[in-house]
Design a protein around this ligand. Structure first.
Ligand SMILES: [Zn+2]
Length: 384
């Protein structure tokens, strides 16, 4: 499972949440004083399910749990009251209200009927602070999609290029090696087109689009094709700070509930994420764009080396599996046999750097994923 990467917290602005008893008191839950004593082998998501509450509300009610991966048997957890419409299987976050304009981005969890339905394009005009109109709104939607602006921030001034839009654009420019002047011009447009995987831009590898369910098309490297991915963006990411990708880290989620796992990895309170999640049925979801750092490895180091920022150099893949001997599905292996070779090819990852979380987690033994019944030969043979 992904682990809290404390170094990421400091570099990510806007995702830090303070959890205090007073903040939980302001939720719509009513305190009931119900509690749960953790038994050996239980997971937070399992406990949430058993009490029919959302993971997000369970985490909020337990500010003492700083690493959701590390709950201890005997630990007492507060169980929040159920909120109407909230179940453990529902995402903890509901999408912010959206306008009904035809260019509205798809609701993240809704089935996406066609790959072209996102309507997200990089605007063509030059934009700066003070600008307003449809192109500014396009820019804002793209920044939201790329994780540089929250939907809530955008809702405070859709179509108005104010200080929030400017600072979001500056962050985007900085992460893409541009001068962070806050002016949206041709270079920013090219970078944004590429980030959105917008068709018609020769720089963007086809199939790189992470909006909607895409069909596999020829990858940039030619030999391996990016398999179709479902776009379910997570806010939990930060800059790679210029570090090249040269490692792939595989995980198991420690649960058999893919929907709950994805919900957790997209919850800003969890502070964890991965680039990809491979569900039981082989569906691959992309939560974080490859060019951003996902927060999956926690305290880690490359084999034989000291502690380093493994997240900055790696792509993290979570496989939905409880890690207790449940077989990994044939559909999962088939998906990994496409996804891992594609990534290894694209980023020139040597076979020796396709690792499990257990290989990089520090101190040694902190993690055991993917579980020992995971058939590494399936992945290794596919990248040969
Ligand atoms: Zn893991």
């Amino acid at each position: 499972m992904a682990a809290v990467d404390s170094s990421s917290r400091t570099t990510s602005t806007g995702t830090t949440r303070t959890q205090s008893p007073s903040s939980t008191a302001t939720t719509t839950s009513t305190p009931q004083g119900q509690s749960h004593v953790v038994k050996s082998g239980e997971t937070l998501s399992g406990i949430a399910r058993s009490h029919d509450v959302s993971l997000g509300s369970l985490v909020k009610a337990n500010p003492q749990v700083t690493d959701p991966d590390l709950i201890r048997p005997g630990q007492r957890l507060n169980i929040p009251a159920k909120t109407a419409g909230t179940t453990s299987s529902a995402p903890a976050r509901t999408p912010a209200p959206k306008t009904t304009a035809p260019t509205t981005a798809p609701v993240p969890d809704a089935p996406v009927p066609a790959p072209t339905s996102s309507g997200l394009t990089a605007p063509t005009s030059t934009l700066r602070r003070g600008a307003h109109g449809a192109d500014v709104e396009k820019l804002q939607k793209a920044l939201v999609n790329q994780g540089y602006m929250s939907q809530a921030t955008m809702n405070t001034g859709p179509g108005v290029f104010g200080p929030a839009t400017e600072s979001s654009l500056k962050k985007f420019q900085k992460d893409h090696g541009l001068s962070a002047d806050g002016v949206y011009g041709p270079k920013s447009r090219a970078a944004l087109q590429q980030a959105l995987g917008q068709p018609g831009n020769t720089q963007a590898p086809p199939g790189e689009t992470t909006t909607g369910t895409t069909n596999g098309t020829t990858g940039s490297s030619g030999t391996h094709v990016k398999p179709p991915v479902k776009s379910l963006p997570s806010p939990n990411h930060s800059s790679r700070n210029g570090t090249d990708i040269d490692t792939i880290v595989l995980h198991h989620t420690a649960s058999n509930n893919g929907k709950g796992d994805i919900s957790w990895l997209r919850n800003p309170d969890s502070k964890v994420s991965s680039h990809y999640v491979v569900d039981k049925d082989g569906t691959i979801s992309q939560l974080v764009s490859d060019d951003r750092k996902a927060w999956h490895a926690g305290k880690a180091g490359m084999p034989g080396k000291g502690i380093s920022d493994v997240n900055a150099r790696s792509i993290g893949i979570e496989i939905v599996n409880d890690g207790k001997g449940t077989p990994f599905t044939e559909a999962q292996y088939k998906a990994l046999e496409k996804l891992v070779p594609y990534l290894a090819d694209k980023y020139k990852v040597p076979e020796s750097s396709i690792l499990g979380h257990k290989d990089v987690a520090r101190p040694k033994g902190r993690k055991d994923d993917p579980a020992s019944n995971f058939d590494w030969s399936r992945v290794r043979d596919a990248v040969k």
